[in-house]
Design a protein around this ligand. Structure first.
Ligand code: PRP
Length: 212
């Protein structure tokens, strides 16, 4: 019997692009395009079973072995440090983690810097690395509002096109790290299903080269 690979895909726009890449790499599952409420799809002949999960949950499924492989943003991997193997940069979902603030913001090193973010670990690590004292304000969304209302001095957030910042009169002050989608694997699964995962890895790597 063919080994079945359980693949966790991030639901949403990025997930569509990721699936298209898997499809081109020879791991198609036609039923996935026919039904948009169902969450699990499989193609036994190709040895793949896909499921759609919230992008920030992909690493949890993979870390705990409910999925053998998955695709997660580097932002999630840096923030939660899941115990998984990072196998490949898919070169999709490219953006950056940045510090943004009002255009006239000037950092006063005598004061503790107030930082609003969803990515508290990334923010903490960044400011530790430059020796800056901060007060973290953890938010869950609409982070851009925080400096406008004076809740924080700066934000640490994802910037893709820059439109959200622009619409809210904020500018990037520092880029912390570039972000893109990564193929990740469960550590035990990587050993048990090595042949199937290596084949998937090889075919996807060929696709990322075509895409460049
Ligand atoms: C992210 C991020 C910014 C926006 C940046 O939010 O938090 O708000 O995208 O993109 P842009 O530079 O192209 O405008 P996302 O849409 O992922 O949803 P979220 O608010 O749930 O974080």
């Amino acid at each position: 019997m063919k080994t079945m690979l359980n693949v966790a895909l991030p639901k949403g726009r990025l997930g569509e692009k990721v699936y298209a890449m898997f499809e081109k790499a020879g791991f198609e599952c036609p039923s996935i395009r026919e039904n948009n409420r169902k969450l699990i799809f499989e193609n036994e002949e190709k040895g793949v079973r896909y499921f759609w999960v919230k992008p920030s949950d992909v690493a949890i499924y993979v870390e705990r072995g409910a999925a053998d492989v998955g695709v997660a943003g580097k932002d999630i991997l840096l923030e939660y440090q899941p115990a998984v193997y990072e196998l490949l940069d898919l070169n999709l979902g490219k953006c950056r983690m940045a510090v943004a603030a009002k255009a006239d913001f000037r950092d006063d090193p005598r004061r503790t810097l107030k930082v609003a973010t969803k990515f508290v670990n990334i923010a903490r690590n960044y400011y530790t690395s430059i020796g800056r004292d901060i007060d973290i304000i953890r938010l869950n969304g609409s982070i851009e509002i925080a400096p406008i209302l004076g809740l924080s001095d700066v934000i640490v957030d994802i910037v893709e096109t820059g439109t959200t910042l622009k619409e809210n009169n904020l500018v990037v002050h520092e880029t912390i790290v570039p972000i893109s989608a990564r193929l990740i694997a469960n550590r035990a699964g990587f050993a048990f299903k090595n042949e199937a995962i290596e084949t998937l890895l090889r075919e996807l790597a060929a696709q990322t080269e075509v895409a460049v």
